[in-house]
Design a protein around this ligand. Sequence first.
Ligand code: GDP
Ligand code: MG
Length: 177
Amino acid sequence: YSQEDSGDDYLFKIVLIGDSAVGKSNLLARFARDEFYPNSKSTIGVEFQTQKIEIKGKEIKAQIWDTAGQERFRAVTSAYYRGAVGALLVYDISRRQTFQSIGRWLNELHTHSDMNVVSILVGNKSDLKDAREVSTEEGKLLAESEGLFFMETSALDSSNVTAAFETVVKEIYNILS
Ligand code: GDP
Ligand code: MG
């Protein structure tokens, strides 16, 4: 181990959770590869993808896990959560049902991982303005009451995607340093 070692100092496991088709795989594709799949099926899901992020001159590797469609069976394995230090809880602003599921995902997260896992509530598909079923205010309120960060994103038009992942990574880094 060398103090001059500029990289490899930090590896943060971050999990994506939320109902099927809220856009988890596309958020990861947009963040890690700047790609978007208009008609994606769960098959595009990868197990995880590692993305380098620089914070205060430190290189951090964010290892971001995707469910690869497991959530359709209502059972994401405990191995998925093991060792996670961050989580993105994703819903679709155009489908209220996916927002109502957030409580269940939070329970599952807290059952399988440390209570202190840094979490952000993500209202995805903010580009679908005419189909919106969940207001920004509702998202904010839920986040406040559960102690989560909050952001609305669009994997389609890229808005806030990098910011959402970086918010989690920066906060984990702040806690650890
Ligand atoms: P997952 O099941 O949560 O991984 O969801 P996917 O990433 O597979 O996305 C489900 C569907 O929603 C796909 O048809 C995507 O193209 C679409 N989608 C994902 N993100 C967005 C977004 O931000 N805006 C819009 N309009 N569609 C999206
Ligand atoms: Mg997926």
